[in-house]
Design a protein around this ligand. Structure first.
Ligand code: UDP
Ligand code: MG
Length: 314
């Protein structure tokens, strides 16, 4: 089981029975040409069609195939996470099962890794998807680039190549739909992340599994991941700052109202102001306590990069 191979190709699959045979044929032709030891790992994310039976049949033809099947649909992030933990390769490549990603790009992706990259992310430069998908995706990529501090045109491309350590480090964050932020997570962890334009094809069989709620969810996820990865170990830095500002502003407002009371014997109808001052103080204290609770959890939970990852030694 633990015997290492050079390359693992991880493919999440949700109801893609027609795509699997042509995908396997093309993929294996490319992989055989590499002259390196490889494995192909299918993760069947609770398909309700014949996908898993098709994998079983394909395995008889291509012995490098391994497959796991979930009892129900756990979504793509979970499928990738399971693929990563099953993979034995020094290098891991992920791709979609729907024939939209082209296996022919694999040698070029591997070339980039050899040049010293840790994660190479595909960029569907010429994209074959409906406008309802490409426009929101542009906006998403722009905002995510700004927040992540790394400029990528296409965070969400299924085709990516990773050095094994990158996947291992990203595993704790692979749930929900956070897989879209893998390049950002790797960048924050100090890995070298680059983008490479890749071929993209229209979907031939089946249907896209992601609906229109993707954009809103994408932005909410961006907030989550930024917070979880960047402030995992220092929640007080965020909440403490907010709390401090709020409490100070509130105290100043209350002091002003008190001053009025001493000066004129009443507060000169500044009741709304008084309310605001008191509210700011209360909210500030709440921020502080949230920060303290967060810090308590952070110290109980050592994950999230408290121990620095060592890149090299001599
Ligand atoms: N997928 C999955 N679980 C899901 C949804 C999708 O494993 O819950 C797989 C799907 O089979 C495909 C890949 O993730 O291999 C990308 O999905 P899709 O092509 O529907 O996404 P799109 O290309 O529309 O972004
Ligand atoms: Mg697709």
């Amino acid at each position: 089981m633990s015997q290492e191979v050079f390359l693992s190709v991880v493919i999440p699959v949700f109801n893609e029975e027609e795509s699997l045979p042509p995908l396997c044929e093309k993929l294996h032709a490319v992989l055989d040409g590499l002259d390196k030891e490889y494995e192909v790992i299918f993760v069947d994310d609770g398909s309700t069609d014949r996908s898993f039976e098709v994998m079983r049949e394909l395995r008889d033809v291509y012995p490098a195939i391994r497959a796991v099947r979930f009892r129900r649909n756990y979504r793509k992030a979970a499928a990738l996470a399971t693929g990563f933990s099953e993979a034995r390769g020094k290098v891991i490549i992920t791709m979609d099962a729907d024939l939209q990603d082209d296996p022919e790009e694999i040698p070029r992706l591997l070339g980039k890794l050899e040049e010293g990259c840790d994660l190479v992310s595909g960029w569907k430069k010429k994209r074959h998807d409906p406008l309802s998908k490409t426009l929101p995706s542009r906006l998403f990529n722009k905002v995510t680039s700004m927040v992540a501090g790394i400029r990528l045109h296409d965070f969400n491309c299924g085709l990516k190549a990773y050095r094994r350590e990158v996947c291992e480090d990203a595993l704790p964050y692979l749930y929900g739909e956070l897989y879209r932020f893998l390049p950002a997570i790797a960048h924050w962890a100090g890995y070298r992340v680059e983008e490479m334009p890749v071929q993209h094809h229209p979907r031939r069989f089946g249907y896209s599994k992601f609906g229109t709620k993707r954009l809103l969810n994408g932005f909410l996820d961006l907030m989550t991941i930024t917070f979880v990865v960047r402030f995992m170990t220092t929640p007080m830095h965020v909440f403490g700052t907010l709390g401090l500002f709020s409490t100070l502003a509130g105290s100043a407002v209350c002091a002003y109202v008190a001053l009025l009371r001493f000066e004129f014997g009443n507060i000169q109808n500044r009741h709304p102001l008084l309310l605001m001052g008191v509210l700011l103080v209360i909210v500030g204290i709440q921020f502080f306590s949230t920060g303290l609770l967060g810090d308590m959890m952070a110290s109980m939970n050592q994950r999230g990069g408290k121990t620095p990852r060592i890149a090299d030694r001599i």
